[in-house]
Design a protein around this ligand. Structure first.
Ligand SMILES: *Cc1c(COP(=O)(O)O)cnc(C)c1O
Length: 394
């Protein structure tokens, strides 16, 4: 069965987003007529290089950086790896990392593997979170030692949308002479960011989470920050990342960054209001439903809601039958029955963690779509609970 995108109610934008038509339009000439290598001496290639530099400016503008601080990579994951591996290589005498228990696998698994595959040369402090998903600044401060090479803390959590005070954390790390990286894949384009006013050394983001194509990422490297490339090769990206540039995707990303800046107000007014309507509507009409994550210290587009005594996967399957796309709290660990490490870190009770659904909206969602979900989901949950041995009209 083929499902056309026009028929789909897409509320899974933290997993990936639809490419903006404007971004695709900007890309097309660079997939067809303008195929020159940006490093070539001839004008034909050079014009591609100029378009890439324009995109570099657009990416820099969205996060308040200088274009020279932008390195294009293949994805958010590569940016995360590059920052953390660079920091430990430029600090060979240090053997400690600080991160959180709720990072995306791109950071979490890298840190886990650094411990395991170096025979525990490295040890990692994983900061806990409160039941509302927030982090304690004092605890962060206390975790830093003279051996800490880098602290890596996400700006916004992909599962709950909870925001961390990374600007304060970066300042604290700077005072101790410790590098600070933030995985800002979910934050960039959704909340205003001005890196010039922060002490953040590295910031990662990804094209496909902000209406650019998949397979393109950005690493911000603050001017003067010691840096060792992850991808060695040619002199591309001023020697900071080898490999011929993904020209069309970089150009699409640039356009998407400018659009995101233009849509920032709408994201924080109309999209936020839609999210709130959905969230309040579900919490008010469905018994034993609860919000996961801090009510206000959160991205404007994300609502993670638990429906107790039902399986998230079962809810998703029923939603899928009416073409509503969302994620369950075990999306990143699907295939296993373990609830997500994020909800476990928050201490969400087992009965609630299993029935958690993440709704993540974008500028392309409409009020009609929210109304449809509000009209459909209560029946789905009631039907599933009627079948549940654990649900006896609690
Ligand atoms: C999606 C995501 C990533 C990974 O980005 P890719 O471009 O898919 O590699 C990293 N961190 C967070 C918080 C994400 O949401």
């Amino acid at each position: 069965m083929t499902v056309l995108s026009e028929q789909v109610i897409y509320m899974d934008n933290n997993a990936t987003t639809r490419i903006a038509p404007e971004a695709l339009d900007a890309m097309m000439p660079y997939l067809t007529r303008f195929y020159g290598n940006p490093s070539s001496m001839h004008t034909f290639g050079g014009q591609v290089g100029r378009a890439i530099n324009q995109a570099r400016e657009e990416a820099a503008n969205l996060i308040g950086a200088d274009p020279s601080e932008i390195v294009f990579t293949s994805c958010g994951t590569e940016s995360d790896s590059t920052a953390i591996l660079s920091a430990i290589q430029t600090n060979p005498e240090k053997n400690h990392l600080v991160t959180t228990r709720v990072e995306h696998p791109a950071v979490k698994n890298l840190c886990d593997n650094l411990e395991i595959f170096t025979g525990r040369k490295y040890h990692v402090t994983r900061l806990p979170v409160a039941s509302d998903g927030t982090l304690d600044l004092q605890r962060f401060k206390d975790s830093l030692t003279d051996d800490t090479a880098i602290a890596s803390v996400m700006w916004a959590n992909n599962e709950t949308g909870v925001l961390f005070p990374v600007e304060e954390m970066a300042r604290i790390a700077r005072e101790r002479g410790i590098l600070f990286h933030t995985d800002a894949v979910q934050a960039v384009g959704k909340i205003p960011i001005n890196l010039k006013e922060t002490a953040i050394d590295f910031l990662s983001f990804s094209g496909h989470k902000l209406h650019a194509p998949k397979g393109i990422g950005v690493l911000y490297v603050r001017k003067g920050t010691p840096y060792i490339p992850f991808m060695n090769g040619g002199h591309q990206e001023h020697g900071r990342r080898g490999g011929t540039e993904n020209a069309a995707s970089i150009i699409g990303l640039g356009r998407a960054c400018t659009l995101a800046a233009e849509m920032m107000t709408e994201e924080n007014t109309r999209v936020r209001a839609l999210r709130d309507k959905l969230e309040h509507g579900l919490l008010n009409t469905i018994p034993k439903s609860l919000l996961n994550g801090h009510p206000s210290q959160r991205l404007p587009n994300t609502a993670n809601i638990s429906f107790e005594y039902v399986e998230g996967e079962a809810i998703l399957l029923h939603m899928n039958q009416v073409n509503i796309c969302a994620s369950s709290g075990s999306a990143c660990t699907s295939g296993s029955l373990e609830p997500s490490h994020v909800l476990r870190a928050m201490g969400v009770p087992f009965t609630a963690a299993h029935g958690s659904i993440r709704f993540s909206l974008s500028i392309y969602n409409t009020e009609q779509e929210v109304d449809f979900v509000l009209a459909t989901l209560p029946d789905i949950i009631a039907k599933l609970r009627a079948l549940s041995p654990f649900w006896e009209d609690k």
